[in-house]
Design a protein around this ligand. Structure first.
Ligand SMILES: [Zn+2]
Length: 253
C-alpha cells in the first residue's frame, strides 16, 4: 500500500517547530525530551511537566506534544506603549503587569524594561485537561501507520476493508466537509468535534452525510472506497488538532 494516500497537504505547517500555532508540536521521533525542548526553544522542565515526560525519555514518532509558554517575557517600553496595550498583546491583565513591576502606570518611561508574567491561566493550553477519546471508524486492517514513510510523511492511518464497508463517525460532531476533496483524498468526510479536534475519512466510495448535519459517535458517514490517490479500498483516517494532523492511535482505544 506504499503509494496509497500520499497526502502532502499541511506538510510544512505540521512539521515545522516554528509553526504559527506554536502551542503544539508533533514529534518526529528519535530525540530525547530535553533535546527537543531546547531545539524548540521552550523551557525543558515545563515541557517535560506538561507532557508527562522524563528529560532523558525518547519521544515516540508522531506524538502530539504541548509547547508550554515561558513563565515570563521581558519587553522594552516604546513610544506609545501603554500597560493596556501590553496586557492585550500578551493575554494578561494590567494588574498582572503592575504586580510584577514597580512603575507608574500613567508615565511609563520609554526604554524601560518590563517583565510580563505569563504564568497565569493561559501558561499551558487547554489541551492539558485530557484529550478527546475517539472510536475506531471501522473494523479493518491497518496497512499504513501515521508518520514517516518512504514517500514522505503520512498524516493519517490507513485502514483497509472491503469496498462498501461502512465508515462510522469516531465521535459526535458537525460535518464540515462531505464532497470530492481533491485528487489526494478523493471523496472525503470531515467532522468537527469541537475543542479544535476534527477527523477526516478519505478515499470513500460513497458519502452518506451532508455538510452541516450533526452526527453522533457511531453513525455511518460514508462507505469505504478507492477514490483519489489510493491503490486499494481503505479509509485514510486523520485526526487534526487545531488543523495539524496528529497520530490517530493516540486517541483510539
Ligand atoms: Zn493514508
Amino acid at each position: 500500500m506504499g503509494r496509497s494516500c500520499f497526502v502532502f497537504l499541511l506538510l510544512l505547517f505540521c512539521i515545522s517547530p516554528a509553526a504559527s500555532a506554536d502551542d503544539f508540536y508533533i514529534s518526529r521521533g528519535g530525540e530525547q525530551a530535553a533535546e527537543a525542548a531546547e531545539a524548540l526553544g521552550v523551557d525543558a522542565e515545563l515541557f517535560c511537566a506538561a507532557n508527562d515526560l522524563d528529560a532523558g525519555e525518547f519521544l515516540s514518532e508522531g506524538r502530539l506534544l504541548i509547547l508550554p509558554r515561558p513563565l515570563s517575557v521581558t519587553v522594552t517600553v516604546k513610544e506609545g506603549t501603554t500597560l493596556y496595550s501590553l496586557a492585550r498583546a500578551h493575554g494578561v491583565t494590567v494588574a498582572d503587569i503592575l504586580a510584577a513591576n514597580a512603575v507608574d502606570p500613567r508615565a511609563l518611561p520609554v526604554g524601560a524594561e518590563l517583565v510580563i508574567p505569563l504564568d497565569g491561566a493561559e501558561a499551558v493550553p487547554a489541551m492539558a485537561d485530557g484529550m478527546i477519546r475517539l472510536n475506531w471508524p471501522l473494523d479493518g486492517v491497518i496497512t499504513s501507520p501515521f508518520g514517516e514513510r518512504d514517500l514522505g510523511y503520512h498524516y493519517g492511518l490507513d485502514i483497509a476493508a472491503e469496498e462498501g464497508t461502512r465508515i462510522y463517525a469516531a465521535a459526535e460532531g458537525i460535518i464540515t466537509e462531505a464532497d470530492w476533496k481533491n485528487d489526494a483524498y478523493g471523496y472525503a468526510v470531515m467532522i468537527d468535534h469541537g475543542s479544535g479536534i476534527s477527523t477526516l475519512y478519505g478515499h470513500c466510495s460513497r458519502l452518506l452525510v451532508e455538510e452541516g448535519s450533526r452526527v453522533m459517535a457511531g453513525d455511518a458517514v460514508a462507505l469505504v472506497g478507492n477514490t483519489g490517490n489510493s491503490t486499494g479500498p481503505h479509509v485514510h483516517f486523520e485526526v487534526r488538532r487545531e488543523n495539524c494532523c496528529s497520530d490517530p492511535m493516540l486517541y483510539l482505544p
